[in-house]
Structures are given as C-alpha cells and as structure tokens.
Design a binder for this molecule. Structure first.
Ligand SMILES: NC(=O)c1ccc[n+]([C@@H]2O[C@H](COP(=O)([O-])OP(=O)(O)OC[C@H]3O[C@@H](n4cnc5c(N)ncnc54)[C@H](OP(=O)(O)O)[C@@H]3O)[C@@H](O)[C@H]2O)c1
Length: 357
C-alpha cells in the first residue's frame, strides 16, 4: 500500500477488520484483496459447517507478518456476534442466505444475522465503518424509461414480497434494517450493490440471461447487457468502498466495463463450455407470460407459486444500461481483470466442473 492510498483510507494497516461470509465466493477473495492492500489484522467469520476447502483457502492467504484469525460461529447467535465484533474497526458484512429458496431461511440468514451484527457493533465503540454488501436484486426497474441507466439513484423495490423471490425480499429487508440502525444509533454504514458476480466457484448461468427450468433453456434477455462483475474486481470494489474516506451513508453499485449482451454471452458459453438447446423468447412475449403467470397464481390462491411476475420481469429482463461511474470517481476503482480474461477463467472453471444451466 503506497503512502497516497494510506492517506485516503480511514484505518491504519494494523487495525482489526472483520469479514463475515469470509469463506464464501466473494468473501474469500475479499480477504486476499485486503491482505494485498497491506492490511495485517483480519478476523474471518465462518460457520462450523462451512466448506472445509474454502476455509483452507483463508488459512492459505496468510502472509508474513499478517494475522488471519478464523472465528467459527453463527451470526444467528448474539454471543457469537459480540465476540466477532470486539475491537473491530471495519466490518465487511458479506454473509447472507444466497441460495435460500424459502422466505424464512432467507430472512434468517440475511436479515436476523444483520440485525444481530449491528446490535453487537453498537456495544463496541471502535467501529468506523459497517460495509453492508447488498445486491442489484433490491432495485426495481419499473416506472423508468426504456434504456435508462440503472445507477445508485434508482428506486428500491417497494413490495419485495410480490417479486416471488426470497433472496431479493431478504436483501431489501437487510438494507432497510441497516438504514434504520444507522439512523437510530449513528452507526457509520456504507452499502455496496454488486451486479451479477461471476468467476470460478459460481458456475451456473445467471437467471438474468434466461431460465432452464422447463427442460429447454429459455433465453429471455436477448440483446440486454448483463451486469457482470468479475469476482476479484468486485472484491476490490468492496474493499475500497469500506476503506475510503467520505463514503459513509452512500450506496455504490459494482459492474465491470464492456458489459456483453446476453446473446453474446450465451454464444460464448455454448462455444466454450457446452452446447445445449435454447429458445429465444422476445421481450413482449416474456412480459405477457409473466403477466399471465402472475394472474393465475393470484387466481389459484397459491396452486401455482408466484415465481414469475411483472416485477421480476422488470428487474431481470427489461432492457437496461448500467453505470460504474460513481465507484470510479469516488473510490478510484477500476476493473483490473478485463471481461475477456474473466470469461476465460470462468469458462475454464465451468468446463472443469460443469453444472447445468
Ligand atoms: N454472487 C453474486 O452474484 C452476488 C451478487 C450481488 C450481491 N451478492 C452478495 O454478496 C455477498 C456474498 O455473496 P457470495 O456470492 O460470496 O455468497 P456465498 O458464497 O453463498 O457466501 C455467503 C456466506 O455467508 C455465510 N452465511 C450464511 N448464513 C450465515 C449465518 N447465519 N452465519 C454466518 N455466516 C453465514 C455462508 O456460510 P457457509 O459457507 O457456511 O454457507 C457463506 O460463506 C452476499 O451478501 C450476497 O447477497 C452476491
């Protein structure tokens, strides 16, 4: 870390940093990024049930003179949160119920965990920044002109319970609770919202491209840009947002440069990973199908789960452009891994452990 960078950061290299979700897809890269930036005192919060290989990656990150402390626990336990937050200067909160399909599980692992962590952080007076890792899944894309850029000023979903997606519901509620605690207790907080984070370890094709649940892959995004960010680029963005002075109370979106269209991405994926049959569904047709599904789900009173609906269509498949200007301007981030290189690494990982789209 150079002198200029050091001056722009809110903490010194010896101060303690907590990373929750440290053994996760992004968390493990964040730990390594913080060490590369010269931070010497990291506490990694993992669950006892966390995948052993991922925890081993963290132990392997240790460098000369750096301390990487592994703390096992569950953020659902207040005692574990109190122990984790003790003497911490920055909390990077990445833990979340990302794969959860049920609302209660998603709520527990994203919202209750966040509340426990915030409450624990009030007890300790050392905290200088709470970095809330949110997601593009919280944004609504309704009432915006076609092609309008999705940036940090865009509205968050007002009725996430109608989206039919437990994850986005829980992430909206997580952001609400962070904002509430920041307001009530004066906790310094900043929110980072990554788009779709891709890279080795996150193989399936994002639902923003299309869905493969009906025996054939329905390509829904066509010429839309997909808000990709390579996992190492995203981890660096999260690190810098938490460290940089003057970000308190702000929101930062994370997407890389040169975003490919969904059509181009799918073509590359089929060429370089595996071939499969896909059918392109034009936007107007997918919108009507989502509308009909929504109506039938309402009419049948739960016989059909409200998985597809207009809110979800707007959020995932409406034509949108994305911006990373704020991130570049305010924290000096730029994506170090270009899209072509990111895809090369990602496709190679997919070939070595292909999962179904
Ligand atoms: N990946 C993406 O495309 C993407 C996009 C936007 C935002 N995000 C956000 O980025 C963050 C990290 O995502 P990721 O992709 O790295 O997900 P991930 O690989 O699933 O990591 C999430 C981590 O949270 C931990 N966790 C879950 N519940 C917990 C609990 N009750 N107590 C303690 N730890 C708990 C998990 O522990 P185990 O290892 O034990 O399961 C896991 O290590 C999340 O907040 C996610 O919402 C991700």
């Amino acid at each position: 870390m150079g002198q200029t960078e050091r001056d722009a950061f809110i903490i010194g290299s010896d101060e303690l940093i907590l990373v929750t979700g440290a053994s996760g897809f992004i968390g493990s890269r964040l730990v390594s990024c913080l060490l590369n930036l010269g931070f010497l005192n990291l506490r990694c919060f993992v669950r006892p049930s966390s995948e052993v290989t991922r925890v081993e990656v963290l132990t392997g990150c240790r460098r000369d003179g750096a301390r990487v402390e592994l703390v096992e626990g569950n953020l659902l336990s207040r005692e574990d949160c109190n122990a984790a937050t003790k003497d911490v200067a920055i909390i990077y909160h990445l833990a979340a119920g990302r794969g959860e399909k049920s609302y209660p599980d998603a709520f527990l692992n994203s919202v209750v965990t966040t509340r426990n962590l915030l409450e624990a952080s009030i007890r300790d007076q050392c905290l200088r920044q709470f970095v809330n890792v949110s997601s593009f899944a919280v944004y609504t894309n309704t009432k915006k002109p076609r092609w309008r850029v999705l940036d940090e000023s865009c509205p968050v979903e007002k009725h996430p319970e109608l989206r039919g997606d437990a994850y986005s519901f829980a992430k909206v509620k997580q952001d609400e609770i962070v904002a509430e605690y920041a307001r009530k207790f004066g906790i310094p907080c900043v929110t980072v919202r990554p788009g779709h984070v891709y890279g080795p370890g996150n193989e399936p094709i994002t639902g923003r491209v299309g869905i493969g649940t009906f025996g054939v892959f329905l390509h829904l995004a066509g010429s839309n840009a997909i808000p990709f960010t390579y996992v190492d680029n995203c981890a660096e963005a999260i690190a810098l947002v938490g460290l940089t002075k003057g970000t308190d109370g702000e929101v930062f979106n994370v997407v890389d440069d040169d975003l490919p269209s969904s059509r181009n991405f799918l073509r590359l994926y089929k060429q370089q990973v595996r071939r499969f049959r896909s059918i392109y569904v034009p936007h107007s047709l997918s919108y009507v199908l989502c509308y009909l599904w929504e109506q039938y789900a309402k009419w049948s009173k739960g016989q059909l789960p409200p998985t597809f609906n207009r809110l979800r269509w707007h959020a995932n498949w409406r034509k949108t452009r994305y911006s990373n200007e704020k991130l570049k301007m305010r924290v000096g981030w730029k994506p170090k891994v270009p899209m072509a290189e990111g895809f090369k690494r990602y496709f190679e990982a997919c070939r070595n452990g292909v999962r179904d789209a």
